[in-house]
Design a protein around this ligand. Structure first.
Ligand SMILES: Cc1cc2nc3c(=O)[nH]c(=O)nc-3n(C[C@H](O)[C@H](O)[C@H](O)COP(=O)(O)OP(=O)(O)OC[C@H]3O[C@@H](n4cnc5c(N)ncnc54)[C@H](O)[C@@H]3O)c2cc1C
Length: 438
Protein backbone atom coordinates (compact mmCIF):
# COMPACT_ATOMS: atom_id res chain seq x y z
CA UNK A 1 0.00 0.00 0.00
CA UNK A 2 1.49 3.32 -1.02
CA UNK A 3 0.52 6.91 -1.36
CA UNK A 4 1.78 8.35 -4.64
CA UNK A 5 5.07 10.05 -3.98
CA UNK A 6 5.09 9.10 -0.30
CA UNK A 7 8.02 10.47 1.68
CA UNK A 8 8.90 8.64 4.87
CA UNK A 9 10.45 10.47 7.79
CA UNK A 10 12.05 7.23 8.93
CA UNK A 11 13.72 6.54 5.57
CA UNK A 12 15.00 10.11 5.53
CA UNK A 13 16.56 9.93 9.00
CA UNK A 14 17.73 6.30 9.55
CA UNK A 15 21.33 5.29 8.92
CA UNK A 16 21.49 3.08 5.79
CA UNK A 17 22.36 -0.60 6.06
CA UNK A 18 25.35 -2.05 4.27
CA UNK A 19 24.05 -3.40 0.91
CA UNK A 20 22.42 -6.84 1.06
CA UNK A 21 22.37 -9.05 -2.02
CA UNK A 22 19.50 -11.06 -3.51
CA UNK A 23 19.67 -14.85 -3.33
CA UNK A 24 21.18 -16.26 -6.52
CA UNK A 25 22.25 -19.79 -5.45
CA UNK A 26 20.79 -22.98 -4.08
CA UNK A 27 21.78 -23.01 -0.41
CA UNK A 28 21.08 -24.98 2.74
CA UNK A 29 20.35 -23.81 6.28
CA UNK A 30 18.87 -25.23 9.46
CA UNK A 31 16.15 -22.55 9.53
CA UNK A 32 14.74 -20.36 6.74
CA UNK A 33 12.94 -17.21 7.89
CA UNK A 34 10.55 -15.54 5.43
CA UNK A 35 10.20 -11.84 6.24
CA UNK A 36 12.80 -9.33 7.50
CA UNK A 37 10.70 -7.27 9.90
CA UNK A 38 10.73 -7.38 13.70
CA UNK A 39 9.19 -10.88 13.86
CA UNK A 40 11.57 -12.51 11.39
CA UNK A 41 14.71 -10.70 12.53
CA UNK A 42 14.03 -11.20 16.24
CA UNK A 43 13.50 -14.92 15.55
CA UNK A 44 16.64 -15.05 13.39
CA UNK A 45 18.74 -13.18 15.96
CA UNK A 46 17.70 -15.47 18.80
CA UNK A 47 18.22 -18.61 16.67
CA UNK A 48 21.60 -17.31 15.49
CA UNK A 49 22.65 -16.64 19.08
CA UNK A 50 21.69 -20.26 19.83
CA UNK A 51 24.16 -21.34 17.10
CA UNK A 52 21.52 -22.27 14.50
CA UNK A 53 22.43 -21.75 10.85
CA UNK A 54 19.75 -19.28 9.70
CA UNK A 55 18.85 -17.67 6.35
CA UNK A 56 16.38 -14.75 6.12
CA UNK A 57 14.63 -13.93 2.84
CA UNK A 58 12.65 -10.76 2.20
CA UNK A 59 10.71 -9.78 -0.90
CA UNK A 60 11.69 -6.12 -0.39
CA UNK A 61 14.39 -4.40 1.70
CA UNK A 62 14.87 -4.94 5.44
CA UNK A 63 12.02 -3.16 7.24
CA UNK A 64 10.18 -2.16 4.09
CA UNK A 65 7.05 -3.80 5.49
CA UNK A 66 5.35 -2.38 8.59
CA UNK A 67 8.50 -2.55 10.73
CA UNK A 68 10.14 0.39 8.99
CA UNK A 69 6.92 2.39 8.54
CA UNK A 70 5.19 2.39 11.92
CA UNK A 71 4.78 5.01 14.64
CA UNK A 72 7.68 3.69 16.71
CA UNK A 73 5.49 3.54 19.82
CA UNK A 74 6.70 0.75 22.08
CA UNK A 75 3.43 -0.26 23.72
CA UNK A 76 3.14 -2.86 26.50
CA UNK A 77 0.34 -5.43 26.53
CA UNK A 78 -2.41 -6.25 24.08
CA UNK A 79 -5.77 -4.63 23.35
CA UNK A 80 -7.36 -6.66 26.15
CA UNK A 81 -6.94 -5.87 29.82
CA UNK A 82 -4.92 -8.35 31.91
CA UNK A 83 -7.93 -9.75 33.75
CA UNK A 84 -9.75 -10.38 30.46
CA UNK A 85 -6.73 -12.30 29.14
CA UNK A 86 -6.56 -14.35 32.33
CA UNK A 87 -10.28 -15.11 32.09
CA UNK A 88 -9.86 -16.10 28.41
CA UNK A 89 -6.98 -18.52 28.99
CA UNK A 90 -7.36 -19.50 32.63
CA UNK A 91 -5.10 -18.56 35.55
CA UNK A 92 -1.99 -20.53 34.44
CA UNK A 93 -1.54 -19.67 30.75
CA UNK A 94 -3.45 -16.38 31.12
CA UNK A 95 -1.11 -15.11 33.85
CA UNK A 96 1.98 -16.16 31.84
CA UNK A 97 0.57 -14.48 28.73
CA UNK A 98 -0.01 -11.25 30.66
CA UNK A 99 3.56 -11.36 31.99
CA UNK A 100 4.95 -12.10 28.49
CA UNK A 101 3.14 -9.25 26.71
CA UNK A 102 3.65 -6.83 29.60
CA UNK A 103 7.42 -7.39 29.37
CA UNK A 104 7.54 -6.64 25.61
CA UNK A 105 9.12 -3.18 26.05
CA UNK A 106 11.74 -4.64 28.44
CA UNK A 107 12.83 -6.96 25.63
CA UNK A 108 12.93 -4.17 23.01
CA UNK A 109 14.97 -1.76 25.15
CA UNK A 110 17.27 -4.57 26.34
CA UNK A 111 18.00 -5.65 22.74
CA UNK A 112 18.71 -2.03 21.83
CA UNK A 113 21.12 -1.73 24.77
CA UNK A 114 22.81 -5.11 24.30
CA UNK A 115 23.38 -4.68 20.57
CA UNK A 116 24.13 -0.95 20.69
CA UNK A 117 21.31 -0.12 18.25
CA UNK A 118 21.25 3.64 17.55
CA UNK A 119 17.51 4.21 17.08
CA UNK A 120 16.65 7.30 19.14
CA UNK A 121 15.24 5.08 21.90
CA UNK A 122 13.39 6.99 24.64
CA UNK A 123 11.67 5.22 27.53
CA UNK A 124 9.47 7.86 29.12
CA UNK A 125 6.18 6.01 28.92
CA UNK A 126 3.13 5.58 26.71
CA UNK A 127 -0.05 7.60 27.25
CA UNK A 128 -3.53 6.35 26.48
CA UNK A 129 -5.86 9.33 26.53
CA UNK A 130 -9.65 9.45 26.84
CA UNK A 131 -11.30 11.15 23.88
CA UNK A 132 -14.64 11.08 25.71
CA UNK A 133 -15.69 11.08 29.35
CA UNK A 134 -17.10 7.58 28.94
CA UNK A 135 -13.61 6.26 28.10
CA UNK A 136 -12.33 7.17 31.57
CA UNK A 137 -14.10 4.19 33.21
CA UNK A 138 -12.41 1.48 31.11
CA UNK A 139 -9.06 3.28 31.40
CA UNK A 140 -9.42 3.34 35.21
CA UNK A 141 -10.12 -0.41 35.18
CA UNK A 142 -7.01 -1.01 33.06
CA UNK A 143 -4.88 1.03 35.48
CA UNK A 144 -6.14 -0.90 38.52
CA UNK A 145 -5.61 -4.27 36.84
CA UNK A 146 -2.04 -3.51 35.78
CA UNK A 147 -1.23 -1.99 39.18
CA UNK A 148 -2.52 -5.17 40.88
CA UNK A 149 0.10 -7.04 38.79
CA UNK A 150 2.90 -4.70 39.82
CA UNK A 151 3.15 -2.72 36.55
CA UNK A 152 4.18 0.97 36.57
CA UNK A 153 0.84 2.30 35.27
CA UNK A 154 -0.91 5.36 36.71
CA UNK A 155 -4.08 7.36 36.07
CA UNK A 156 -3.81 10.89 34.69
CA UNK A 157 -6.27 13.65 35.50
CA UNK A 158 -7.30 16.04 32.74
CA UNK A 159 -4.81 18.62 34.05
CA UNK A 160 -1.97 16.06 34.17
CA UNK A 161 -2.76 14.89 30.64
CA UNK A 162 -2.69 18.51 29.48
CA UNK A 163 0.66 19.11 31.19
CA UNK A 164 2.22 16.07 29.49
CA UNK A 165 0.77 16.72 26.04
CA UNK A 166 0.11 20.45 25.67
CA UNK A 167 -3.48 19.85 24.52
CA UNK A 168 -6.81 20.34 26.30
CA UNK A 169 -8.60 17.91 23.99
CA UNK A 170 -8.54 14.90 26.32
CA UNK A 171 -10.41 14.11 29.53
CA UNK A 172 -7.51 12.34 31.25
CA UNK A 173 -6.10 8.86 30.77
CA UNK A 174 -3.16 6.73 31.84
CA UNK A 175 0.59 6.70 31.69
CA UNK A 176 2.24 3.32 31.29
CA UNK A 177 5.86 3.87 32.22
CA UNK A 178 6.98 0.60 30.61
CA UNK A 179 6.46 2.09 27.12
CA UNK A 180 8.49 4.46 24.99
CA UNK A 181 9.50 5.34 21.45
CA UNK A 182 12.08 4.30 18.86
CA UNK A 183 12.98 5.31 15.33
CA UNK A 184 11.33 2.18 13.94
CA UNK A 185 13.36 1.78 10.74
CA UNK A 186 16.63 2.30 12.62
CA UNK A 187 15.49 -0.31 15.15
CA UNK A 188 14.70 -2.95 12.51
CA UNK A 189 17.95 -2.22 10.68
CA UNK A 190 19.76 -2.59 14.01
CA UNK A 191 18.14 -6.00 14.52
CA UNK A 192 19.31 -7.00 11.03
CA UNK A 193 22.89 -6.00 11.81
CA UNK A 194 22.78 -7.81 15.15
CA UNK A 195 21.43 -10.93 13.41
CA UNK A 196 24.21 -10.77 10.81
CA UNK A 197 26.77 -10.49 13.62
CA UNK A 198 25.22 -13.65 15.10
CA UNK A 199 25.95 -15.42 11.80
CA UNK A 200 22.54 -15.07 10.11
CA UNK A 201 22.62 -14.76 6.30
CA UNK A 202 20.21 -12.14 4.90
CA UNK A 203 18.92 -11.85 1.33
CA UNK A 204 16.64 -9.04 0.20
CA UNK A 205 14.63 -8.63 -3.02
CA UNK A 206 14.22 -12.39 -2.79
CA UNK A 207 10.52 -13.16 -2.55
CA UNK A 208 9.75 -16.75 -1.61
CA UNK A 209 7.49 -17.97 -4.38
CA UNK A 210 7.26 -21.73 -3.97
CA UNK A 211 7.40 -24.17 -1.05
CA UNK A 212 7.50 -27.94 -1.18
CA UNK A 213 8.27 -30.87 1.11
CA UNK A 214 11.30 -32.92 0.02
CA UNK A 215 12.45 -35.91 2.07
CA UNK A 216 11.75 -34.45 5.51
CA UNK A 217 12.97 -30.95 4.57
CA UNK A 218 11.43 -27.83 3.03
CA UNK A 219 12.53 -26.43 -0.31
CA UNK A 220 11.80 -22.72 -0.78
CA UNK A 221 12.31 -21.21 -4.20
CA UNK A 222 12.90 -17.57 -5.05
CA UNK A 223 13.20 -16.20 -8.57
CA UNK A 224 16.94 -16.85 -8.83
CA UNK A 225 17.71 -19.33 -6.04
CA UNK A 226 16.46 -21.71 -3.39
CA UNK A 227 16.89 -22.58 0.30
CA UNK A 228 16.54 -26.06 1.73
CA UNK A 229 15.95 -26.26 5.49
CA UNK A 230 14.35 -28.49 8.09
CA UNK A 231 12.58 -25.59 9.79
CA UNK A 232 10.82 -22.49 8.44
CA UNK A 233 9.46 -19.31 10.05
CA UNK A 234 6.69 -17.38 8.32
CA UNK A 235 7.07 -13.75 9.45
CA UNK A 236 5.17 -11.93 6.71
CA UNK A 237 2.30 -10.46 8.78
CA UNK A 238 0.15 -7.90 6.88
CA UNK A 239 2.38 -8.30 3.81
CA UNK A 240 1.55 -12.01 3.56
CA UNK A 241 0.74 -13.14 0.05
CA UNK A 242 -0.45 -16.39 -1.45
CA UNK A 243 2.97 -17.91 -0.79
CA UNK A 244 1.84 -18.50 2.79
CA UNK A 245 -1.70 -19.58 1.85
CA UNK A 246 -3.90 -20.03 3.88
CA UNK A 247 -2.02 -18.00 6.53
CA UNK A 248 -2.63 -14.74 4.68
CA UNK A 249 -6.37 -15.27 5.09
CA UNK A 250 -6.09 -15.24 8.92
CA UNK A 251 -5.43 -11.47 8.98
CA UNK A 252 -6.94 -8.42 7.32
CA UNK A 253 -4.44 -5.84 6.09
CA UNK A 254 -5.63 -2.35 7.04
CA UNK A 255 -3.83 0.78 5.82
CA UNK A 256 -2.50 3.28 8.35
CA UNK A 257 -0.91 6.60 7.42
CA UNK A 258 1.30 9.10 9.20
CA UNK A 259 2.35 12.67 8.65
CA UNK A 260 5.25 14.60 10.20
CA UNK A 261 5.42 18.36 10.56
CA UNK A 262 8.48 20.48 9.99
CA UNK A 263 10.59 20.78 13.20
CA UNK A 264 8.54 22.91 15.61
CA UNK A 265 9.83 26.31 16.74
CA UNK A 266 11.48 26.03 20.23
CA UNK A 267 8.59 27.67 22.11
CA UNK A 268 6.00 25.24 20.72
CA UNK A 269 8.39 22.34 21.13
CA UNK A 270 8.65 23.09 24.87
CA UNK A 271 4.85 22.91 25.33
CA UNK A 272 3.95 19.94 23.11
CA UNK A 273 4.81 16.52 24.58
CA UNK A 274 7.66 18.13 26.57
CA UNK A 275 8.74 14.81 28.12
CA UNK A 276 8.61 12.90 24.83
CA UNK A 277 5.90 10.33 25.59
CA UNK A 278 4.01 8.49 22.85
CA UNK A 279 0.22 8.88 22.75
CA UNK A 280 -2.72 6.82 21.51
CA UNK A 281 -6.28 8.02 22.05
CA UNK A 282 -9.56 6.17 22.38
CA UNK A 283 -11.41 7.29 19.24
CA UNK A 284 -12.78 4.29 17.33
CA UNK A 285 -10.46 5.34 14.48
CA UNK A 286 -7.71 6.07 16.91
CA UNK A 287 -5.07 8.72 16.51
CA UNK A 288 -1.52 8.10 17.64
CA UNK A 289 1.12 10.77 17.93
CA UNK A 290 4.60 11.57 19.26
CA UNK A 291 7.59 13.82 18.64
CA UNK A 292 10.76 12.74 16.86
CA UNK A 293 14.32 13.56 17.88
CA UNK A 294 14.32 16.74 15.74
CA UNK A 295 11.10 18.10 17.27
CA UNK A 296 8.64 17.14 14.54
CA UNK A 297 5.13 16.15 15.55
CA UNK A 298 4.15 12.82 13.98
CA UNK A 299 0.44 12.08 13.69
CA UNK A 300 -0.97 8.72 12.59
CA UNK A 301 -4.44 7.36 11.92
CA UNK A 302 -6.23 5.24 9.35
CA UNK A 303 -4.96 5.34 5.77
CA UNK A 304 -6.62 4.79 2.43
CA UNK A 305 -6.35 1.93 -0.06
CA UNK A 306 -4.73 2.41 -3.44
CA UNK A 307 -2.52 5.08 -4.94
CA UNK A 308 -3.78 8.39 -3.59
CA UNK A 309 -1.89 11.72 -3.62
CA UNK A 310 -0.43 12.47 -0.13
CA UNK A 311 -2.39 15.70 0.39
CA UNK A 312 -5.68 13.88 -0.17
CA UNK A 313 -4.72 10.74 1.74
CA UNK A 314 -3.59 12.83 4.73
CA UNK A 315 -6.45 15.34 4.94
CA UNK A 316 -7.82 13.59 8.06
CA UNK A 317 -4.39 13.83 9.68
CA UNK A 318 -3.96 17.54 8.96
CA UNK A 319 -7.39 18.08 10.54
CA UNK A 320 -6.44 15.97 13.58
CA UNK A 321 -3.27 18.03 14.13
CA UNK A 322 -5.26 21.29 13.94
CA UNK A 323 -7.95 19.96 16.26
CA UNK A 324 -5.59 18.56 18.91
CA UNK A 325 -3.03 21.37 18.62
CA UNK A 326 -4.77 24.55 17.35
CA UNK A 327 -1.46 26.35 18.02
CA UNK A 328 -0.01 24.43 15.04
CA UNK A 329 -2.45 25.91 12.50
CA UNK A 330 -0.37 26.82 9.45
CA UNK A 331 2.53 24.48 10.26
CA UNK A 332 4.15 22.82 7.24
CA UNK A 333 4.05 19.04 6.80
CA UNK A 334 7.30 17.59 5.48
CA UNK A 335 6.51 13.87 5.32
CA UNK A 336 3.58 11.53 4.54
CA UNK A 337 3.90 7.76 4.43
CA UNK A 338 1.78 4.68 5.00
CA UNK A 339 1.85 0.96 5.70
CA UNK A 340 -0.33 -2.06 6.36
CA UNK A 341 -1.47 -3.19 9.82
CA UNK A 342 -2.47 -6.85 10.31
CA UNK A 343 -5.77 -7.07 12.17
CA UNK A 344 -7.26 -10.32 13.45
CA UNK A 345 -10.97 -11.00 14.07
CA UNK A 346 -10.31 -11.68 17.78
CA UNK A 347 -7.89 -8.70 18.16
CA UNK A 348 -5.15 -11.08 19.37
CA UNK A 349 -1.78 -11.93 17.83
CA UNK A 350 -1.35 -15.56 16.85
CA UNK A 351 1.38 -18.17 16.93
CA UNK A 352 0.59 -21.09 14.60
CA UNK A 353 2.27 -24.37 13.78
CA UNK A 354 1.51 -24.38 10.09
CA UNK A 355 3.03 -27.76 9.09
CA UNK A 356 5.81 -30.01 10.46
CA UNK A 357 8.77 -27.70 11.16
CA UNK A 358 6.95 -24.51 10.06
CA UNK A 359 5.87 -21.89 12.60
CA UNK A 360 4.28 -18.50 12.05
CA UNK A 361 3.62 -15.40 14.17
CA UNK A 362 1.41 -12.52 13.12
CA UNK A 363 -1.61 -10.32 13.76
CA UNK A 364 -0.39 -7.65 16.19
CA UNK A 365 -3.35 -5.32 15.62
CA UNK A 366 -1.19 -2.19 15.55
CA UNK A 367 0.94 -3.12 18.57
CA UNK A 368 3.78 -4.95 16.91
CA UNK A 369 6.92 -3.01 17.86
CA UNK A 370 7.09 -4.81 21.19
CA UNK A 371 4.83 -7.77 20.40
CA UNK A 372 6.48 -8.80 17.10
CA UNK A 373 9.88 -8.65 18.81
CA UNK A 374 8.51 -10.90 21.56
CA UNK A 375 6.90 -13.19 18.97
CA UNK A 376 10.29 -13.67 17.31
CA UNK A 377 11.71 -15.00 20.58
CA UNK A 378 8.72 -17.32 21.06
CA UNK A 379 9.09 -18.74 17.53
CA UNK A 380 12.81 -19.24 18.12
CA UNK A 381 12.23 -21.00 21.44
CA UNK A 382 9.68 -23.33 19.84
CA UNK A 383 12.08 -24.24 17.01
CA UNK A 384 14.85 -24.81 19.53
CA UNK A 385 12.71 -27.54 21.04
CA UNK A 386 10.78 -25.92 23.87
CA UNK A 387 7.35 -27.48 24.42
CA UNK A 388 4.44 -25.42 23.09
CA UNK A 389 2.88 -25.51 26.56
CA UNK A 390 5.96 -23.88 28.13
CA UNK A 391 6.06 -20.78 25.89
CA UNK A 392 3.65 -18.71 27.99
CA UNK A 393 1.74 -17.91 24.81
CA UNK A 394 -1.09 -19.88 23.22
CA UNK A 395 -0.31 -21.92 20.10
CA UNK A 396 -3.55 -21.86 18.13
CA UNK A 397 -4.87 -23.52 14.96
CA UNK A 398 -5.06 -21.28 11.87
CA UNK A 399 -8.54 -19.96 11.18
CA UNK A 400 -8.62 -18.57 7.62
CA UNK A 401 -11.48 -16.12 7.18
CA UNK A 402 -14.24 -17.03 4.77
CA UNK A 403 -14.81 -14.39 2.05
CA UNK A 404 -11.35 -12.96 2.78
CA UNK A 405 -11.22 -11.67 -0.80
CA UNK A 406 -13.88 -9.12 0.17
CA UNK A 407 -11.95 -7.87 3.21
CA UNK A 408 -10.89 -4.62 1.50
CA UNK A 409 -14.51 -3.77 0.88
CA UNK A 410 -15.38 -4.78 4.46
CA UNK A 411 -12.60 -2.57 5.86
CA UNK A 412 -13.82 0.40 3.81
CA UNK A 413 -17.39 -0.02 5.10
CA UNK A 414 -16.18 -0.48 8.69
CA UNK A 415 -14.00 2.65 8.46
CA UNK A 416 -16.91 4.75 7.19
CA UNK A 417 -19.13 3.43 9.97
CA UNK A 418 -16.57 4.08 12.74
CA UNK A 419 -15.81 7.48 11.28
CA UNK A 420 -19.52 8.37 11.43
CA UNK A 421 -19.71 7.26 15.09
CA UNK A 422 -16.59 9.28 15.97
CA UNK A 423 -18.03 12.27 14.12
CA UNK A 424 -21.24 12.11 16.15
CA UNK A 425 -19.27 11.78 19.40
CA UNK A 426 -17.09 14.78 18.48
CA UNK A 427 -20.19 16.82 17.65
CA UNK A 428 -21.75 15.92 21.03
CA UNK A 429 -18.49 16.85 22.81
CA UNK A 430 -18.42 20.26 21.03
CA UNK A 431 -22.02 20.95 22.11
CA UNK A 432 -21.06 19.95 25.68
CA UNK A 433 -18.08 22.33 25.65
CA UNK A 434 -20.21 25.14 24.21
CA UNK A 435 -22.85 24.65 26.96
CA UNK A 436 -20.15 24.77 29.65
CA UNK A 437 -18.86 28.11 28.35
CA UNK A 438 -22.31 29.76 28.00
C1 LIG B 1 1.56 2.94 9.72
C2 LIG B 1 1.74 1.96 10.85
C3 LIG B 1 1.90 2.42 12.14
C4 LIG B 1 2.10 1.52 13.18
N1 LIG B 1 2.39 2.01 14.42
C5 LIG B 1 2.74 1.15 15.41
C6 LIG B 1 3.19 1.65 16.66
O1 LIG B 1 3.37 2.87 16.84
N2 LIG B 1 3.46 0.77 17.65
C7 LIG B 1 3.33 -0.59 17.46
O2 LIG B 1 3.59 -1.35 18.40
N3 LIG B 1 2.98 -1.10 16.26
C8 LIG B 1 2.69 -0.28 15.23
N4 LIG B 1 2.37 -0.76 14.01
C9 LIG B 1 2.40 -2.23 13.80
C10 LIG B 1 3.82 -2.77 13.61
O3 LIG B 1 4.53 -1.96 12.72
C11 LIG B 1 3.77 -4.21 13.08
O4 LIG B 1 2.94 -4.99 13.91
C12 LIG B 1 5.14 -4.86 13.02
O5 LIG B 1 6.05 -4.06 12.33
C13 LIG B 1 5.03 -6.23 12.34
O6 LIG B 1 6.32 -6.74 12.12
P1 LIG B 1 6.50 -8.03 11.25
O7 LIG B 1 7.94 -8.33 11.21
O8 LIG B 1 5.60 -9.11 11.73
O9 LIG B 1 5.95 -7.64 9.79
P2 LIG B 1 6.58 -6.67 8.69
O10 LIG B 1 7.49 -5.69 9.28
O11 LIG B 1 5.43 -6.16 7.88
O12 LIG B 1 7.48 -7.63 7.81
C14 LIG B 1 6.92 -8.59 6.94
C15 LIG B 1 7.93 -8.80 5.81
O13 LIG B 1 7.58 -9.96 5.07
C16 LIG B 1 8.02 -9.76 3.75
N5 LIG B 1 7.36 -10.72 2.88
C17 LIG B 1 6.04 -10.87 2.62
N6 LIG B 1 5.84 -11.90 1.75
C18 LIG B 1 7.06 -12.40 1.46
C19 LIG B 1 7.52 -13.47 0.62
N7 LIG B 1 6.68 -14.23 -0.08
N8 LIG B 1 8.85 -13.70 0.56
C20 LIG B 1 9.74 -12.96 1.26
N9 LIG B 1 9.35 -11.93 2.06
C21 LIG B 1 8.03 -11.67 2.17
C22 LIG B 1 7.66 -8.31 3.48
O14 LIG B 1 8.42 -7.81 2.39
C23 LIG B 1 7.96 -7.64 4.80
O15 LIG B 1 9.26 -7.04 4.83
C24 LIG B 1 2.12 0.10 12.93
C25 LIG B 1 1.95 -0.35 11.62
C26 LIG B 1 1.79 0.55 10.59
C27 LIG B 1 1.65 0.03 9.19
Amino acid sequence: MNTQGEKSLWSATAEPLAPIAALRDSIRAQVAVIGAGYTGLSAALHLGEASRDVVVLDAMDVGEGASGRNGGQVIPGLKYDPQTLEDMYGGGLGAKLVATVGAGPDLVFELIRRHGIACEAVRNGWLQLAASKSALGPIGTRVRQWQARGAAVESLSQAEAERLTGTQRYYGGLIDRRGGTVQPLAYVRGLATAAQRAGVRLFTHSAATHLERRGGEWLIRTRDGSVTSKQVVFATNAYSDRFVEPLHRTVVAVPSLQVATAPLPPQLRRSILPQGQAVSDTWRLLRYFRMDAQGRLIMGSRGVFGDVPPARAASLHYRAVREIYPQLAGIAFDYTWAGLVAMTPDHLPHLHEVAPGIVAGLGYNGRGVAMATVMGTLLARRLLGEAAGDLGFPVTPMRPMPLHGFSRFGVRVAIQYLRALDGLARFAARIGRAKRTI
